[in-house]
Design a protein around this ligand. Sequence first.
Ligand code: SF4
Length: 391
Amino acid sequence: MATVSEFAALSELSTSAAPLSREAAYHLLQSDDAALPSLLAAAQSARDKFKPGVITHSRKVFIPLTNLCRDYCGYCTFRRDPGDPGAHTMTPDEVMEVVRAGERMGCTEALFSLGDKPELLFPDMRDTLRHLGYKSTLHYLEAMCEKVLRESSLLPHPNPGLMSTEWLKRLSSVSPSMGLMLETTSDRLLAKNAAHENAPDKIPAKRLRVSEDAGHQKIPFTTGILIGIGETLEERVDTLIAIRDLHLKYGHIQEVIVQNFRAKSKTPMANWPEPDRGDMLRTLAVARLLMPTMNIQAPPNLSDPHYADLLDGGINDWGGVSPLTPDFINPEKPWPHLEQLRHKTAAKGFALKQRLPVYPEFAQQASAHSELLAHKLGTAANADGYARRAA
Ligand code: SF4
């Protein structure tokens, strides 16, 4: 339970760039619903001081390059084994067909989401890659990012899972930003019957290493937390602080996603309790107070129909929203229509702006990675760094 003096301190803290301490964050995340209005007011003050007036989104197409994955996260319905219904690796023609359709609908981001290193587990994937002419999924992803960059007006944003230092470098020359959800720093979730029991690529130290490598290389990087998968509230704060500290050290975290777990049928966590509205709003507010000057995002489709409330938690971004493709990770949760998103955002007093996959303040950092990127970003961004082709 937070104390009165903690809330009194919040009003001062919310307008200073000095972040919340770990102990204060633990307390605030444990506060009850009666304390929620004060917490939200502090988070909103911080957002309105450092990210005033504008909520951003990225108009995207979602490209599930392959849904084969060597991990078995307890909450995932995206992944498949070879031979499962719906198992699929897209061909280059299929990728470009989606990209062309996205161009026609004013999209500016090609989000590549895919399973982690399926060829290490499945001979079928090795055959598929050999047939396509690539040594690994990452070689294929690199080629598709470059193809999209050279042949379309969309900018790629890959989310391929763990990557080596060399692969971060290679992908950073064909994509202005990339992402890896940290999800949690809790090793407890690797234990028997926990969310990441069968997910070797979800070892927190490995994901922190990739995030740190991206910092060394000054790659605009998206990461975030997945709440409600078995972590304690303290572990949730620790994860947010790990992200904050990486950014303080390297200045490369362009956005922090706070994603709420949604239970999906036919998964090991089908009956697991979902975070409620208060839990999500408290987490958003604590994230904002821990990282007052950073970009904080929450996906609207995972809180539909009350997603506009997420603005009360201090976010300044809705993430990628597609007018064309479903959210293949959460196919049962359609994205809101962009006009509805604009209307609900305006009703809370904000202008909705279309950003590129890389945030305006990180575009220069992205352009330094290749001449091709510098050229494409120069074409895609307006003078303020937002999408020139905003729909
Ligand atoms: S969440 Fe990602 S890593 Fe985990 S099983 Fe699904 S696709 Fe694989």
